[in-house]
Design a protein around this ligand. Structure first.
Ligand code: SF4
Ligand code: SF4
Length: 385
């Protein structure tokens, strides 16, 4: 039976964080089960782009400081790694992200080593999934003795939620990520790629920063929600299944997790997951806002309704009043359909991956539904007047 530890933690006070995380790991059997002195331990953070830790878009730098401190005390060498999404001037903005997040400073102060996955080389592997394409994962994943996944608790416009399963996507270095977005245009197919990475990588432990979560239009344009939770497990799917239940969702509502359940990346059935820590049952997060297009909808039959949801899809549109002309969206669009000068989008070619919305750091990409789609959604929700 898989186990998920849920700890209540109200802020990023270092002493509290260390205490709560250590308590949680004790409930899983203790640190000795996972690391030993001399190990090179990679902390795989969520560093989606050059955002501050207070934005709730990334794993908070103090959360990472707490893990680094714990592991250094156990005589481990600590690496902090990720590859950000999108591109600025032809390269992923990972170096800027390490600076903006405060992680570069934390690494310096705590004696950890930054691993920018875009510059560390790759290891090739042949995934077993249905997309049949060679993949390349950042080399530090294999060079480290232990990999600890540190996802952020966030909503996601395409996948509804993003957590432990999705966080490994950053193990694909640089601009290669766009290629996989192009190959997998549905949440289900994208979930196949995530299952591939979990099968071919080695992720020993998953510790979710759910203290300041992101609600609304995540993973970057949402708002902070004070969830006050740390979730810990050695099973990434079990952790996600518990996290989404805190939002009132089930695995059937999230096609992005289906492949991981089918391919037994982890435990997908709640009745086979034991909850421990500060809670004996799964607490609900009250008034948590899902992404706008999901709000108010009953999601239980989401799989059946995928064709409807696809029909109701939102189209991205650049809000020129907010746009800073950084061209991240232009360079990051997997099918190159955003005009560099006018920022107009060729909807004939757009694959609606929403990467542009996800990667715009200025919240300058709005999502618009057609009037017909709006009416259809209201019928679906039973709110049409
Ligand atoms: S929409 Fe956002 S990402 Fe695109 S150019 Fe404007 S500010 Fe940059
Ligand atoms: S314009 Fe369309 S295809 Fe390009 S990034 Fe945005 S949603 Fe994806």
């Amino acid at each position: 039976m898989s186990k998920v530890i849920i700890k209540e933690c109200k802020d990023y006070n270092l002493k509290n964080l260390i205490e709560k995380i250590n308590d949680g790991i004790d409930s899983l059997g203790g640190w000795a089960l996972f690391v030993k002195a001399g190990d090179r331990v990679l902390l795989k953070v969520n560093l989606i782009g050059p955002k501050s830790s207070d934005s709730a878009a990334i794993t908070h730098c103090e959360f990472v400081r707490a893990l680094t401190r714990i592991l250094k005390e156990r005589d481990c060498e600590v690496w902090i790694g990720d590859s950000s999404g999108g591109a600025i001037a032809g390269v992923a903005p990972t170096a800027q992200s390490f600076r903006a997040s405060g992680l570069e400073k934390v690494a310096k102060e705590e004696g950890a080593i930054i691993k920018n996955f875009d510059k560390e080389g790759v290891v090739e592997f042949s995934p077993k999934g249905k997309l049949k394409e060679k993949m390349y994962l950042a080399k530090p994943i294999y060079d480290a003795d232990v990999v600890i996944n540190l996802p952020k608790f966030k909503t996601h416009m395409m996948g509804i939620y993003t957590g432990a399963i999705k966080n490994v996507f950053g193990c694909i270095p640089g601009l290669r990520k766009a290629k996989y977005h192009k190959m997998a245009t549905t949440p289900g197919d994208f979930g196949e790629i995530l299952a591939d990475i979990h099968e071919c990588g080695k992720f020993h432990l998953h510790i979710m920063d759910g203290i300041q979560a992101m609600q609304g239009d995540g993973p970057t344009a949402g708002e902070v929600y004070q969830a006050n939770k740390i979730l810990i497990s050695n099973d990434p799917l079990a952790l996600d299944v518990v996290a989404i239940k805190m939002l009132g969702l089930d695995i059937e509502d999230l096609p992005i997790l289906t492949a991981s359940k089918d391919r037994i990346v982890g435990e997908g059935s709640l009745d086979k997951i034991k909850i421990e820590g500060d809670f004996q049952s799964i607490p609900r997060l009250k008034n948590f806002k899902l992404p706008a297009f999901q709000r108010g909808a009953r999601l239980r039959n989401f799989n059946i309704l995928i064709p409807v949801i696809n029909f109701l899809h939102s189209k991205p549109r650049v809000n020129l009043k907010k746009c800073k002309n950084c061209n991240v969206c232009v360079e990051s669009c997997p099918v190159e359909v955003i005009d560099k000068d006018t920022k107009e989008i060729n909807y004939e070619e757009c694959i609606e991956c929403l990467c542009c919305h996800e990667l715009c750091m200025y919240k300058a990409i709005d999502l618009k539904r057609s009037i017909i789609a709006d009416i259809a959604l209201k019928f679906y929700r039973g709110t049409y007047r």
